[in-house]
Design a protein around this ligand. Structure first.
Ligand code: NA7
Length: 551
């Protein structure tokens, strides 16, 4: 707790903000390096994203054998995933297991929301204030996740609605019973596409409010094939390594064969066969059918046409099928992976409501208003996404050198060096921060990489007696230009695209592609920088060194 001078009696080498995938591993790794670390978590349990997003149907869109930690051979050998794509509950069980197995709970403080982090230039340390007291630390690691600041649209009358208001990212712990209810799901991104079919099975009537039709691919989920599991576990390390070499790192080797061909190089029959095969295999395999689907407009159009035909072959009502057909380029938004989403629209109790031209105008006590239409509902489920990448960081009052806030520093869009550090904010690290490949990869893999890089940097400092590390403004500027120039090679930044990758789902947020494309090149660059003695960083050396006592 802070004493009268505003200082605190609690002091650690490292404060980690968040105990999700990144925070859990950061704590483990920091301890392995002999650092005294504590993870502060706002939730009442560990798991981050997988703790909060407990809505029915919540499931990972990356296969279980990939979406798991690779840092411990025994862990990856012993853990058994029941399904090809894991449910939220299974992932949460796994993360709890990891905490128990590595004795991490003693270093995690739950029910603690970090409110501010203030850098003390004189001492080269941070004061982290929480709703349960303050902690002094040499390093702060923001493991706050890319998708954790839930976005609820500011619809007039939200507070007037007398029914049940829910958000997929803040789902209650107790089961929600939709039987005999009229329910509206707002949003048709990954969360909406997953939750709607589950609600449709229970509710008397389900209205799906769609502003933009998403591309959704079938997961073809099912029990994990024991032979596949055995074959991957027989050479898990090599499998992980192959994954790390994938451009988007969302699959490799046995799970997704990457095709080197262009969709334009092959004849229509062969292309149709290839698309059909990857569609049937399920998941992101489809986007890997040809190398140029998110790079070349003509290739993109061929894949879009295949999906359009699929939607029309599944959905009986051609008007509904056409409304569900995305008008966007593939890759503009993250594609959704579903279990029976399009099929759901053949149910008599489900109605698709187009809010693209006439938005939701208001809520009243029992109604949701779309233009002149008043839809009577008992419950509204917002599946309206997140203030991604920057939301959770900016929600905390972070103040670096000269008291400059992160919000001020990022006034013109988020700038980082490597996605891991911010100029003017010494000894502050951002795991999967803007400017890193993070959300475009298998994020566990990115988190592992970042955590290892950060702990090795801290270890380097310890060995060299450095007190602080900080990105230079020049390195940060050059990194921003690099991220932008790589993004320009992809259709994801096309002017017709609007997505949380670009921040364009949040009103007033600067449009800027916040992710670096290409995981292997990124990993190589980070390694080169470390090997060069941390090019682009400046260190400050003082006798206090690491573990120096806060005074
Ligand atoms: P997303 O992908 O950001 O989707 C949010 C959805 O909510 C999207 O369809 C939005 O339409 C819709 N939305 C947002 N505000 C409104 C309003 N006011 N009216 C109607 N519809 C609205 O979030 P998810 O949670 O589904 O998925 C996020 C990531 O989690 C996903 O990419 C995976 O990585 C896992 P819009 O497209 O903006 O027109």
């Amino acid at each position: 707790m802070a004493n009268e001078s505003g200082r605190t009696n609690r002091s650690h080498d490292v404060v980690i903000v968040g105990a999700g995938i990144s925070g859990i591993y950061m704590l483990h790794r920091a301890r392995q390096f002999g650092l005294d670390a504590i993870a502060l978590e706002a939730g009442s349990g560990v798991g981050g994203t997988w703790y909060w997003n407990r809505y029915p149907g919540a499931r990972c869109d990356i296969q279980s054998l990939e979406y798991s930690y690779s840092f411990d051979e025994q862990l990856q050998q012993e853990w058994h995933w029941p399904e090809k794509y894991s449910s939220q509950a299974d992932i949460l069980d796994y993360l709890n297991h990891v905490c128990d197995r590595f004795g991490l709970r003693s270093g995690i403080q739950l029910d603690t929301r970090v409110e501010s982090a203030t850098y003390d230039e004189e001492r080269g340390r941070w004061l982290v204030a929480t709703d349960r007291g303050a902690i002094d630390a040499q390093f702060v690691v923001m493991a706050t996740g890319s998708l954790s600041s839930a976005n609820t649209p500011d619809i007039p009358g939200l507070d007037r609605f007398a029914g049940h208001l829910l958000h997929t990212a803040r789902w209650p712990h107790e089961p929600v019973d939709f039987s005999d209810q009229r329910v509206a799901v707002v949003g048709t991104g990954s969360s909406g596409v997953q939750v709607a079919p589950e609600i449709a099975r229970q509710a008397a009537r389900l209205y799906v409010l769609q502003r933009t039709a998403s591309h959704s691919l079938p997961s073809n989920n099912g029990p994990l094939d024991p032979e596949l599991e055995a074959s991957i576990k027989a050479e898990y390390a090599a499998f992980r390594e192959a994954n790390r070499r994938m451009p988007a790192a969302t699959g490799a080797g046995h799970l997704h064969a990457i095709h080197d061909e262009s969709a334009l190089e092959v004849g229509p029959d062969e292309r149709q066969r290839a698309f059909e095969e990857s569609w049937t295999k399920g998941g992101f395999t489809f986007t890997q059918t040809y190398r140029d689907l998110v790079v070349d407009r003509a290739a993109n159009a061929l894949a879009s046409e295949f999906i359009r035909e699929k939607i029309h072959s599944i959905v009986h009502d051609p008007t509904v099928a056409e409304l569900l057909t995305p008008k966007l380029l593939i890759g503009c938004k993250r594609m959704c992976i579903d279990s029976g989403y399009y099929e759901m629209f053949n149910r008599p109790n489900v109605e698709l409501v187009d809010v693209s031209e006439t938005p939701i105008t208001a809520l009243t006590e029992h109604h949701l208003h779309v233009g002149n239409r008043a839809i009577e509902v008992d419950a509204i489920v917002f599946a309206t996404g997140f203030d991604a990448m920057t939301g959770s960081l900016l929600r905390i009052d972070i103040r670096g050198r000269r008291g400059v806030t992160l919000r001020e520093a990022w006034d013109d869009g988020p700038g980082t060096y490597l996605g891991l550090t911010v100029a003017g904010f010494p000894n502050l690290f951002t795991i999967t921060g803007p400017g890193s490949p993070s959300a475009l990869t298998n994020v566990i893999m990115s988190a592992e990489h970042h955590v290892e890089w950060v702990t090795e940097c801290i270890d380097h400092m310890r060995r060299h007696g450095h007190r602080t590390v900080e990105a230079t403004a020049n390195a940060q500027r050059a990194w921003g230009e690099h991220v932008e120039s790589v993004a320009a090679t992809s259709l994801r930044t096309d002017p017709t695209c609007n997505s949380w990758y670009l921040g364009s789902n949040i009103s007033g947020k600067k449009r800027q592609f916040m992710l670096l494309l290409g995981f292997p090149a990124y990993v190589e660059r980070c390694a080169e920088i470390a090997a060069s003695g941390y090019d682009g960083f400046q260190f400050d050396t003082s006798p206090a060194g690491i573990g120096g006592v806060a005074t």
